[in-house]
Design a protein around this ligand. Structure first.
Ligand code: TPP
Ligand code: SF4
Length: 279
């Protein structure tokens, strides 16, 4: 008897959205990241049941709820740990980890370092607004040391900024890029490249916080391409980072190195994992 393969429907960007309306403030940069992610998923014809977006806590970390794929809105700063565990157990899935600069570089900083060096085949998107948006505007690791608008740091933090691209390069990330939510098509292309990259891809997105950093509206006049690149040479990428003003956007670094994967040839089965944890 002839078998007729079930036709896989072609999905459009809007098909990847859920019915839940985002609670983000009007003008929040995170809207553009959500939109670009749905466009990238449609461009790559990702099957919704094979796409998982994992996040921590923060305005940015609400993103999985607004997608119709699988998602996990987890614990503050632990998104990469959950995403890495998922990829180890289910290497067949496309795993994207998403969150904010507070979630990823402050409480989650340790996981960021080790995710970069482990080089699992996952994509990490950090929506960087240089502030803790959800908890009403405290300084984050990427906030300028002389930013005085938070009551917690009325004289600024006085602490130098965390440099995400430099840390990612030093720790061994094999794909490093920076996008801007005010450039939706550029952002979509970077997301497509990050998802396609075989290994750990890190995409920092300049994603303004309309409410607590309204001055970030000038970012649209400040962003510019990296002076050269992209490159697969870590020393060259380091040189570009040394002269970086934090507003260079585009792909900086891409390298093919062996990816880390679980020793098990078979995807983990839920009942086996449950059995391991039985007391
Ligand atoms: C263990 C723990 N510590 C602190 C918090 C409070 N908290 C919630 S979100 C957040 C920071 C969010 O900032 P960011 O990740 O930059 O995301 P944004 O809201 O700016 O998008 C903090 C400190 C928490 N939920 N859990
Ligand atoms: S507080 Fe800032 S980061 Fe949070 S939704 Fe509003 S604009 Fe976006």
């Amino acid at each position: 008897m002839d078998t007729v393969a079930a036709a896989v429907p072609t999905l459009r960007a809007k098909d990847y959205k859920s019915d839940i309306h985002p609670v983000w403030c009007p003008g929040c940069g995170h809207f553009a990241v959500l939109s670009a992610l749905t466009k990238a998923a449609a461009h790559l014809s990702l099957r919704k049941e094979e796409l998982v977006v994992v996040s921590g806590i923060g305005c940015s970390s609400r993103l999985p709820a607004y997608l119709g794929s699988y998602g996990f809105h987890g614990v503050h700063g632990r998104a990469l740990a959950v995403g890495a565990g998922l990829k180890a157990a289910r290497p067949d899935l496309t795993v994207i980890v998403a969150g904010g600069d507070g979630d990823g570089f402050s409480i989650g900083g340790n996981h960021f370092l080790h995710a970069c060096r482990r080089n699992m085949d996952i994509t990490y998107v950090v929506m960087d607004n240089e502030v803790y948006g959800m908890t009403k505007g405290q300084a984050s690791p990427t906030t300028q040391p002389d930013w005085t608008r938070s009551k917690l740091t009325p004289h600024g933090t006085g602490v130098r900024r965390f440099p995400p691209a430099a840390i990612a390069l030093a720790a061994g990330a094999t794909f490093i890029a920076r996008g801007f939510s005010g450039d939706p098509s550029g952002l979509t292309k970077l997301l497509v490249g990050a998802i396609q990259h075989s290994g750990f891809s890190f995409l920092q997105v300049l994603s303004p916080c309309q409410t607590f950093r309204p001055e970030q509206k000038t970012w649209k006049t400040e962003v510019h391409p990296w002076s050269t690149g992209p490159t697969d040479d870590a020393a060259e990428a380091a040189g570009l980072i040394l002269s970086d003003d934090g507003r260079a956007v585009g792909l900086l670094f891409g390298q093919r190195l062996p990816i880390w994967h679980s020793d098990s040839a078979e995807p983990a089965r839920l009942r086996d994992i449950e059995a391991e944890f039985q007391v």
